[in-house]
Design a protein around this ligand. Structure first.
Ligand code: ZN
Length: 134
């Protein structure tokens, strides 16, 4: 089984990995105009401000599109479903989709955030949303 290359956070994304370790998905938010951005970047694309803080994501979203990824040199490795998720906050996030077979994945299906421990690294993932209890 291929080993995970651990993340190497820098000044722009240390907050993200700190949040993930606490099982939070933090979105970068411009302190001046409030625009959310993902992936992290040093400057707001809306107003060019360098000031920012973070906002926790709800963890709810829908599948925008997805692929099945096969490891290029490890044919026995389990293929992963990699999805582009439309978060309800209005930004997109790339993550593995777990808890579902590829044949059942549909665009626009509701998904929710979960976390996985892989090779000692906590990673944000998404899984099909559980039914709302009424
Ligand atoms: Zn801004």
């Amino acid at each position: 089984m291929p080993r995970l290359i651990p993340p190497a956070p820098g000044p722009d994304d240390q907050y993200f990995w700190d949040g993930v370790r606490e099982h939070k998905l933090l979105l970068q938010r411009c302190s001046d105009c409030g625009l959310l951005r993902q992936p992290p970047s040093p400057m707001c694309q809306g107003c060019h401000s360098l000031s920012w803080d973070t906002q926790p994501a709800s963890g709810r979203g829908t599948v925008h599109c997805w692929i099945v990824s096969h490891h290029p040199t490890e044919p026995d490795a389990v293929p992963r479903i990699v999805a582009l998720i439309d978060l309800e906050e209005g930004v997109r996030f790339v993550a593995n989709l777990s808890g579902i077979e590829a044949e059942r994945v549909r665009n626009e299906m509701s998904v929710e955030l979960c976390f996985a421990e892989i090779d000692g690294v906590t990673l944000p993932q998404f899984a099909p949303a559980r039914e709302e209890s009424s």
